[in-house]
Write a protein that binds this ligand. Structure first.
Ligand SMILES: Cc1cc2nc3c(=O)[nH]c(=O)nc-3n(C[C@H](O)[C@H](O)[C@H](O)COP(=O)(O)OP(=O)(O)OC[C@H]3O[C@@H](n4cnc5c(N)ncnc54)[C@H](O)[C@@H]3O)c2cc1C
Length: 404
């Protein structure tokens, strides 16, 4: 039985591995000249493969999609992913905040070993094959450097990725192909992305690229601790990514959205007031803030921006007000950074279109996996874990459908 896997990212390669182990003849097709380009890009940040928190907490990161992903992640959980990586010669370790990385802290040795093992298992690869849909006879149609090519397979697994970083291969163009078949696809939106903020010229020129460390960001009922980085056009970084779903939906609904930054989240309000009530002497106000409240220059800059917006001068604020502002600096975002620069994308094939084995109900024999499905998750290893797990589940689904 032959199976075409389209997309040589983590989801497609995991589906291919599962299918080959089950006895299928597998060919992996990809539009790019080589496999796993986004996976290799993820490796630049050390390759955060998964997370070590308890599985029940882990699953909650997928929010509304959790019930749809639960069985797949339970069948291929973080421990199995770590064991899989180790078996490929890449043992893992648990880093700060529980994130799991390969000890080599990059993706290339893992991908090389994986491709060697797939090759040994008989998996064939066809690169520079861009899938563009089906021909009149139901064959899978590809654009190749040698012209169009139709491929007949007993089953297909689509693992075409999301719509972020299109230059790495995943451009979301598949949503139109599937949409034309009547398959519901939720609009692709940036996830784990930055946001635009109208900084003053002075703030932007002085603080572009500077991190706000150990802060707490709040929008509505959600607060996240971590780091945010000031960019020329706005703000990004781990804590921003963690709130990006809320921030994105708020800004898409109203055009702008507010969140607040606690610069000293571990210092109680009264203590902050006491510190800010200390005599200032002859030092500049910035120096006073730096010493009395241990604020960084970028944190002080943020306070000055906020005071200026309300037409006030920072030194004129009474200590209680200044303390309140320090732990609730309002920031207005005016837009979402482009999807091309987002780490991942939300949206994709709606889960109602899939059966419990990741087969498209309207296209029997065609399965789908990875980031092209309608789920989103924060950074922390949740993106790769769900891509691997759904790839394995779709592979198993195809084996079952083929009675292998
Ligand atoms: C900068 C960056 C850092 C990241 N870091 C992490 C991290 O540390 N941890 C983490 O969990 N996640 C991380 N991610 C996210 C993670 O890389 C993705 O979620 C994951 O790669 C998705 O896997 P996938 O197999 O579903 O899709 P992809 O990896 O996007 O693979 C899809 C494949 O399909 C191919 N394709 C697309 N369309 C077609 C077509 N029409 N025809 C043929 N082939 C096609 C593409 O060329 C691509 O090879 C990061 C992403 C980025 C951009």
């Amino acid at each position: 039985m032959s199976v075409a896997v389209i997309g040589a990212g983590p989801a497609g390669l995991m589906a291919a591995e599962t299918l080959a182990a089950g006895g299928a003849h597998v060919t992996v097709y990809d539009a790019m000249p080589s496999a796993g380009r986004k996976f290799l890009m993820a490796g630049r940040g050390g390759l955060n493969l998964t997370h070590s928190e308890p599985l029940a907490d882990f699953l909650k990161r997928y929010r509304e999609a959790m019930p749809r992903l639960k069985a797949a992640v339970e069948a291929f959980p973080p421990d199995s992913l770590r064991a899989w990586s180790e078996a490929l010669g890449q043992p893992t370790f648990v880093g700060t905040s529980g994130r799991v990385f390969p000890k080599a802290f990059k993706a290339s040795p893992l991908l090389r070993a994986w491709l060697r093992r797939l090759d040994a298992a008989g998996v064939a690869f066809a690169f520079r094959h861009r899938w563009i849909g089906w021909d009149a006879h139901g064959g899978l149609l590809f654009e190749t450097p040698d012209g169009p090519r139709a491929v007949n397979a007993d089953a297909a697994v689509l693992a075409l990725g999301g719509a972020s970083w299109p230059r790495l291969g995943s451009d979301g163009a598949w949503s139109e192909i599937l949409g034309a078949k009547g398959i519901a696809v939720a609009p692709m939106k940036p996830a784990n992305s930055g946001f635009t903020v109208a900084w003053s010229n002075m703030f932007r020129d002085r603080f572009e690229g500077q991190p706000l460390k150990g802060v707490a960001l709040t929008i509505g009922p959600r607060t996240v601790r971590g780091e945010a980085i000031v960019t020329r056009t706005g703000i990004e970084g781990g804590a921003i990514y963690a709130l990006s779903a809320e921030l994105r939906e708020a800004v898409l609904a109203k055009g702008t959205a507010m969140f607040s930054v606690a610069l000293r989240p571990d210092t109680a309000h009264d203590e902050l007031i006491a510190r800010l009530s200390a005599p200032k002497g002859k030092q500049s106000f910035s120096n006073f803030l730096r010493k009395a409240a241990q604020l960084s220059p970028v944190g002080i800059g943020l306070l000055q921006e906020a005071a200026a917006v309300s037409g006030r001068s920072l030194p004129a604020l009474p200590p209680a007000e200044l303390a309140g502002l320090t732990n609730a600096v309002p920031i207005e975002i005016s837009g979402v950074a482009p999807i091309a620069r987002a780490i991942s994308s939300a949206g994709g094939i709606r889960f109602d279109e899939l059966d419990a084995h990741f087969m498209l109900r309207r296209l029997p024999g065609v399965f789908a996996a990875g980031e092209m499905l309608d789920w989103e998750a924060p950074t922390g290893g949740y993106l790769l874990q769900a891509s691997f797990a759904t790839g394995a589940a779709a592979g198993k689904g195809a084996l079952r459908w083929l009675n292998l």
